[in-house]
Design a protein around this ligand. Structure first.
Ligand SMILES: [Zn+2]
Length: 314
């Protein structure tokens, strides 16, 4: 009797498990290409913006960033496989001001007609507008796109995300408002923290030379001066004349340190630093690293690098 029963037991167990396994398989399958029941599918450009969306949306949203966390957003070429993400989105969140130029066709050719596209910089004061007339037929909005590096402007981004989520998912309005309020408080404290850190640098040393022109809003908010950049726009190499002028500026203004960015080739900047006799530190303008995986961490990392590079030696 026992002999007959024992071999059977696993079979019985398997039979009982089978429906559960089936259900699990279905759930996994649906997770691959669509959000769980009722989740709002949000598509954004930078991984950094996905961090904003996740803070506001919580578990009501499934967010996808089209640009990997370590890639340069200005030159990133999207993969054809990303079409499905865009065509299933309930909400699209972008920076605007040409930051998403390489993603423009992917987004606008594939997004469903009734899906809102939120431009987070809308309504904010833009630095350096209308600076290129390249003779193209379609108009590009112009101006420096890196507004998120002023934490007060990043708070505006978060408000735009909150309003966009409420528009497409009114049932979640209370949750989105509560999440946004908590995150905005955290960002407000971060803004003050960064400002205090920058104030610890002697005013005459608050001078920025960066790889690309990503820090005018940061400089404006936190009292630094942008002395120069190595490349005016990513993908365009500076001339020997421009590099020589930059080196002259660094020397003339006693700039102590110049700042590289991990997603961009450091060679040019290292040459500049060597010729000018200054040190090189790193700033993150919009990418994450293995150690920096959120917007708050990014701003703290930058503030720390600036204080180490520009502050008086301890
Ligand atoms: Zn940039």
């Amino acid at each position: 009797m026992l002999k007959a029963l024992l071999p059977r037991a696993p079979l019985v167990a398997l039979a009982l498990l089978a429906p559960a396994l089936g259900a699990l398989a279905v759930a996994c399958g649906s997770n691959d290409d669509q959000a769980a029941e009722g989740q709002v599918r949000v598509v954004t450009s930078l991984t950094l913006f996905a961090d904003f969306v996740q803070h506001v949306g919580g578990d009501r949203v499934e967010v996808t960033a089209l640009v990997p966390g370590d890639a340069d957003p200005h030159t990133y070429e999207p993969a054809p496989s990303q079409v499905a993400k865009v065509s299933k989105a309930d909400l699209v969140v972008i920076n605007g001001l040409g930051l998403e130029e390489t993603l423009h066709d992917l987004i606008y050719n594939n997004v469903r007609g009734d899906v809102p596209i939120v431009e987070m910089t809308e309504g904010l004061p833009i630095i350096g507008g209308d600076n290129h007339t390249d003779g193209e037929e379609h108009e590009h909005e112009s101006g420096n796109p890196h507004l998120w590096l002023n934490v007060q402007y990043a708070m505006h981004y978060v408000e735009k995300i909150r309003d966009g989520l409420i528009e497409v998912d009114p049932a979640g309005a209370d949750a989105y408002r509560a999440n946004a309020t908590a995150y905005l408080e955290e960002l407000d404290a971060l803004d003050k923290e960064v400002a205090a850190t920058m104030e610890s640098i002697p005013p005459e040393r608050r001078k920025l030379v960066t790889f690309h022109d990503a820090f005018p809003y940061f400089a404006e908010r936190y009292g630094l001066e942008v002395v120069g950049v190595v490349v005016e726009s990513p993908g365009r190499e500076p001339s020997a004349r421009e590099l020589a002028d930059l080196i002259d500026q660094i020397r003339a203004q006693d700039v102590p340190t110049v700042f590289a960015e991990p997603q961009l080739n450091p060679q040019l900047l290292e040459t500049v630093a060597e010729d000018a006799g200054v040190t090189v530190k790193t700033l993150l303008s919009g990418t994450f690293t293995s150690d920096v995986r959120s917007y708050v961490e990014l701003m703290r990392f930058d503030a720390q690098q600036l204080v180490e590079g520009l502050g008086l030696p301890q």
